[in-house]
Design a protein around this ligand. Structure first.
Ligand SMILES: Cc1ncc(COP(=O)(O)O)c(C=O)c1O
Length: 519
C-alpha cells in the first residue's frame, strides 16, 4: 500500500512538472492538495518520504528519493558489508553509499588531531573552481558575479573570491562592513536587505555602496536621503521557486522585493525624488527550478523596459546544487539555463537599442560542496529492537549544520574510523546532534524536519569520526550559535592536499560571555 500511495504522490508531481509556465503560480493549489493527501497518509500511520511542493523541480527529485529510500529499506537486516550495499540495485542503477567529497579518510583523522572536532574544512581548490565556472555564465554584454556572502562570510572566503574577481551581494549593513574589512571596495558591493540600515547606509552609499530598494518605504527613504541619486529596484516578480517552502522567496507568500503590480507607485516615488533607476533585481529562491528561473528572467527584462536608464539586470542566485548522490544529476547546469537568457538579452538589445549587463548572485553554487564538517561520534545508544533505533550522537549538530533541523535538508554523512580508514561494514542509524533538542536531527526524512529516518552508514564506534558533507552554504553562517553554550566551531581552509590553515579559531567560553553584564 505504501508504495502505491507513494506512486500516487509521485504521479501528482509529474503532472505538475509538465504544466505550462503560465500555470506555474497555480502550483499553490497542487501544494494544498498535496498537503491534504499527506495528512491522509499520516492518519494511516504511514509517514511518506515527501518533498515540498512549492516548486516544480522537486518532482523528479521526489521520484529519485523514493527510489533511494525504497532501495534502502530493501536492504534488510542490520549489518551489511559495504560491497553488499554498493551492489544493491534499483531499476538498473547502482545505489551508492555516500562518499567523501574532497577529503581523504586519513586527512579526516589528521584534521581532528590538529584542530579538534567539530571543525569546518573548506577546500580552496573547489572554491576557486566554482568561482571560475560562475564567471563563465553565458552573457550577451558582460556579466558580474556577486558572491551572496550570507552563504558563508568568513574573511578568507571573501578574500578568495575577491582574488577571483567576484563582487559582493550583501544582505545587511553589517555584511557590507564585513566585506569592506575583507578588502572589497564599497562600489563592489550591492545591498539587498529586509532591514534597511538607516543608521549607516547613508555613509556607506556616499562611499559608493550600491543599494537595491526592496520595498516602497525603502525607496522613499532612499529618495529622501539622496534626491536625484542612482538606485536599484528589487522586484517580487509574482512567482517564486525554492528547494523548500522556506527557501522560496518569490510570489504572493513572500515579503521579499517590491510586488510587481506596485510598479506605478514605484514610478511615482522615482519621479517625486528624481531618482535614476540603474538596476533591476530579482531573486526568487534558493534551489529554484531552472524553468521558473528562466521565466522570471523574461519577466525581469520586461521590468527593465519600464525604466529607460537601467543598465544592469541582476537575476539573483538560487542555482540548485545536489549534495546527496541521488541529487547530483539535478544540479543546475549554468550553461544550459544561461544560454536562453543570453538570447533574451540580445533580443532586448535589438528591440530597444539597450545592451544590458547581467549580474548573478550565487551563494549555494559557490559554497555548498566546498566544505565538510568533521565531527566525532561521542555516544551511541539503542532504543530496543522492535520499534527502536541505533542513535549516533555527534559532538556537533544544529549549532554547526542547522539545515536538516530547519528544512529537513539532506546532507551526506560519511563515517571514518579513528584509525583514519573507512569502515568495512554498514549499519542503519539515526544520527542526532549534541543539543538538548529532539529537533537536533541530522537524518530527518527529506523536507520533513520533524520526522526521523534511518540511514545506512558505515558501522562505527564511539570516538570514530563522522563527516557531514555539503556544509559550505548556510552552515557556519547560519548556525544556532551558542545554544547550550556550545562554542562556535573553528573554520579551516585546505590550501592543498594535506595542508590546512585555520581561518577562524574555536570560540572560548570567555568570548561567549564577553558582552554579558551582571546586575
Ligand atoms: C538576494 C539574494 N541573492 C542571492 C542569494 C543566494 O542564493 P543561493 O545561495 O541559493 O544561490 C540569496 C539567498 O538567500 C538572496 O536572498
Amino acid at each position: 500500500m505504501c508504495e502505491r500511495e507513494n506512486k500516487r504522490i509521485g504521479e501528482m508531481y509529474r503532472c505538475s512538472s509538465v504544466k505550462s509556465m503560465k500555470s506555474i503560480p497555480s502550483l499553490s493549489t497542487s501544494s494544498t492538495e498535496h498537503r491534504k493527501h499527506r495528512r491522509q497518509l499520516k492518519q494511516r500511520s504511514f509517514v511518506p518520504v515527501t518533498t515540498n511542493t512549492m516548486n516544480t523541480s522537486t518532482n523528479t527529485a521526489y521520484d529519485d528519493r523514493n527510489a533511494y529510500f525504497n532501495c534502502r529499506s530493501a536492504i534488510n537486516g542490520r549489518n551489511k558489508s559495504l560491497a553488499q550495499v554498493m551492489a544493491a540495485n534499483h531499476d538498473g542503477n547502482t545505489l551508492e553509499i555516500e562518499r567523501l567529497n574532497f577529503l581523504r579518510p586519513a586527512e579526516v583523522k589528521e584534521i581532528a588531531e590538529q584542530f579538534g572536532t567539530p571543525v569546518y574544512v573548506y577546500d580552496l581548490e573547489t572554491l576557486r573552481e566554482q568561482a571560475k565556472k560562475a564567471k563563465m555564465f553565458p552573457n550577451a554584454f558582460g556579466v558580474c558575479v556577486r558572491y551572496a556572502m550570507k552563504a558563508s562570510p568568513n574573511a578568507s572566503i571573501l578574500k578568495t573570491f575577491l582574488d577571483e574577481g567576484l563582487h559582493i551581494d550583501a544582505s545587511s549593513g553589517y555584511e557590507v562592513e564585513r566585506a569592506v574589512r575583507a578588502g572589497f571596495k564599497y562600489e563592489q558591493i550591492s545591498l539587498s536587505t529586509q532591514d534597511f540600515p538607516v543608521e549607516f547606509f547613508e555613509g556607506q552609499c556616499r562611499k559608493g555602496l550600491k543599494v537595491n530598494a526592496c520595498s516602497l518605504s525603502q525607496l522613499e527613504i532612499f529618495g529622501q536621503k539622496f534626491p536625484g541619486g542612482s538606485v536599484g529596484l528589487r522586484f517580487n516578480p509574482g512567482l517564486g521557486s525554492g528547494g523548500t517552502g522556506k527557501t522560496n522567496v518569490g510570489g504572493p507568500s513572500s515579503s521579499f522585493g517590491i510586488w510587481f503590480e506596485l510598479l506605478p507607485k514605484c514610478e511615482e516615488i522615482v519621479k517625486k525624488y528624481n531618482l535614476n533607476v540603474e538596476r533591476i533585481h530579482t531573486h526568487i529562491g534558493s534551489g529554484s527550478d531552472p524553468a521558473v528561473w528562466q521565466k522570471v528572467s523574461s519577466l525581469s527584462l520586461a521590468l527593465c523596459e519600464k525604466f529607460p536608464n537601467v543598465k544592469t539586470l541582476n537575476l539573483g542566485g538560487g542555482y540548485k546544487v545536489g549534495r546527496m548522490n541521488y541529487e547530483k544529476s539535478k544540479s543546475t547546469d549554468l550553461n544550459l539555463i544561461g544560454e536562453p537568457v543570453k538570447v533574451a538579452f540580445e533580443d532586448f538589445a535589438k528591440r530597444t537599442g539597450r545592451e544590458l549587463k547581467l549580474e548573478i548572485e550565487p551563494g549555494t553554487f559557490l559554497l555548498a560542496n566546498s566544505c565538510s564538517v568533521v565531527s566525532k561520534a561521542q555516544d551511541i545508544v539503542e532504543t530496543g529492537t522492535n520499534e527502536g533505533h541505533t542513535f549516533i550522537k555527534l559532538d556537533c549538530g544544529m549549532t554547526e549544520v542547522l539545515r536538516p533541523s530547519l528544512y529537513g535538508a539532506q546532507h551526506p554523512l560519511i563515517n571514518v574510523l579513528s584509525t583514519g580508514e573507512l569502515p568495512s561494514k554498514t549499519k542503519k542509524y539515526v544520527v542526532v546532534g549534541h543539543c538538548c533538542e529532539s529537533g537536533d536531527l541530522m537524518t530527518p526524512a527529506p523536507d520533513e524536519p520533524e520526522t526521523i529516518s534511518e540511514r545506512e552508514l558505515g558501522e562505527i564506534s564511539i570516538g570514530d569520526f563522522m563527516v557531514i558533507e555539503g556544509s559550505g552554504a548556510y552552515c557556519a553562517g547560519m548556525s544556532s550559535k551558542n545554544y547550550n553554550t556550545f562554542p562556535e566551531a573553528p573554520e579551516v581552509m585546505r590550501t592543498k592536499p594535506g595542508e590546512f590553515k585555520i581561518i577562524r579559531k574555536r570560540q572560548s567560553v570567555d568570548q561567549i560571555l564577553a558582552n554579558e553584564v551582571m546586575i
